[in-house]
Design a protein around this ligand. Structure first.
Ligand SMILES: [Mg+2]
Length: 430
């Protein structure tokens, strides 16, 4: 499950990161300037860094966080996340979404109505580009349909936009069940306006109008076989290339899985840690009511701490094993899902949680590599310590490192710097 969920999110982000270079260009201009874009290069009209993603990935992350915050009724939480993103002053906000932000006075649906009146239309692809996490977090078709529709109507009133989200997420659901992509598309587009002969190019531009965008997404997915070729096809058509490549990349990534995505692209992504965190959380909360998860925060923490002690003791006896990592990881991500961004000391708790996560990742890697027991033991001791600190923070105690521990942390300063960067990217610190 994790491989597919992560494949969907990362496939999406790769399409976005590669597509920003050619956004709003014509195929002729792209050819003249680049020959063919085959790598993540950055640049484009908004001057992105190499590996940086745009509004498409930012809003997808916002939708995922909204679901995690309240999976039974995620709309208000998604709205809070949209506003939080807007307050980071992003380089590119779509026309319809920018208008809805301006019209918002406490009711998203009214704001979207006003936007439709102001602009005379609201069928942009801005809701299709962010809806994938819904299919990842829920398995019930009715629920997927309902939440996909509501999240679309929050900013875009037109039915074309919400219908595209429903169609897209129904295909995503089939892929998560193990169906192959071309068959899943064929089954869902039957008797809809997307039911075309895709051996020919769609007779519309690859524009930001949702129907045009989605027709081109299907064209690339049905005519290319590898993830790389799907993305390259969409990117080199220009126009709304980042969004079209991202939407296509999400489905193709879901089909092939994270482990099969081209490493050269994956490693360039600035959002990789955040996407991994969200994919892990989505896998543990899938189909669960997160308000119940939130009630059990202290319990997960207690179990997490007990499991780290157990794993350390096993390592001390010379018997560390990968099997003990799975329950540990599950508790860790349940605790993450239970953490609310508006609770007391959130940043301190989250920061410490990231330290636990980093240590867990390192321990797992050492185990994977078959490192000597003494090294694994040392790493697990750190994991135990950080989990203990997290428990202390939760009880209102300020945790303390010993001088020796501080010395070692200093020599691992890069780990801390990476974490600071993640905190900034997530918008938790300035
Ligand atoms: Mg974009």
């Amino acid at each position: 499950m994790f491989d597919r969920v992560m494949g969907g999110l990362v496939g999406f982000a790769i399409g976005d990161a590669m597509g920003v270079t050619t956004e709003f260009m014509s195929p002729e201009e792209i050819k003249e300037r680049f020959g063919e874009v085959r790598e993540i290069l950055g640049g484009g009209v908004f001057g992105f860094d190499c590996g940086e993603t745009s509004d498409d990935t930012a809003m997808t992350i916002a939708v995922a966080k909204g679901i995690i915050a309240n999976s039974e009724n995620p709309i208000e939480e998604m709205g809070k996340q949209f506003m939080k993103w807007r307050n980071t002053r992003p380089k590119d906000i779509g026309i319809t979404i920018a208008a809805t932000f301006r019209n918002y006075q406490g009711d998203w649906f009214q704001a979207a109505e006003a936007t439709d009146r102001d602009l005379g239309m609201s069928g942009g692809n801005g809701t299709l580009m962010r809806c994938l996490p819904i299919a990842l977090a829920y398995s019930n078709t009715e629920k997927i349909d309902k939440i996909s529709t509501l999240q679309s109507k929050m900013t875009h009133q037109e039915d074309a936009a919400s219908e595209a989200c429903v169609l897209y997420n129904r295909i995503a659901k089939r892929l998560l069940q193990g169906e192959e992509l071309k068959g899943a598309i064929a089954a869902e587009i039957k008797n809809t306006e997307y039911d075309l002969d895709y051996r020919k190019k769609p007779d519309c531009p690859p524009s930001g109008y949702v129907v045009h965008s989605l027709k081109w997404v299907f064209y690339w997915l049905l005519n290319k076989n590898s993830f790389q070729d799907v993305i390259i096809g969409a990117v080199n058509m220009g126009n709304d290339s980042d969004t079209i490549a991202a939407i296509a990349g999400g489905l193709k990534g879901l089909e092939v899985g994270y482990s099969k995505l081209p490493a050269k692209h994956v490693n360039k992504l600035q959002d990789l840690n955040i996407l991994e965190e969200l994919a892990e959380v989505i896998c543990v909360i899938r189909d669960k009511d997160t308000s119940i998860i939130q009630e059990n925060q202290a319990e997960y923490l207690q179990e997490l701490s007990a499991l780290t002690i157990q794993s350390y003791e096993l390592a001390e006896q010379g018997d560390p094993s990968l099997a003990m990592m799975k329950p540990l990881k599950e508790k860790m991500f349940l605790y993450r899902a239970a953490l609310r961004e508006d609770e007391n000391d959130f940043i301190q708790k989250y920061e410490k949680w990231r330290k636990v996560q980093n240590r867990l990742k390192r321990s797992q890697r050492l185990l994977d590599l078959g490192a000597p027991a003494i090294i694994i033991q040392h790493e697990l001791d750190w994991l135990r310590l950080e989990a203990e600190h997290l428990k202390q923070i939760h009880s209102g105690i300020e945790p303390q490192y010993t001088n020796e521990e501080l010395d070692e942390l200093e020599s691992l300063r890069q780990l801390e710097l990476d974490m600071d960067k993640d905190m900034k990217d997530q918008g938790f610190i300035e």
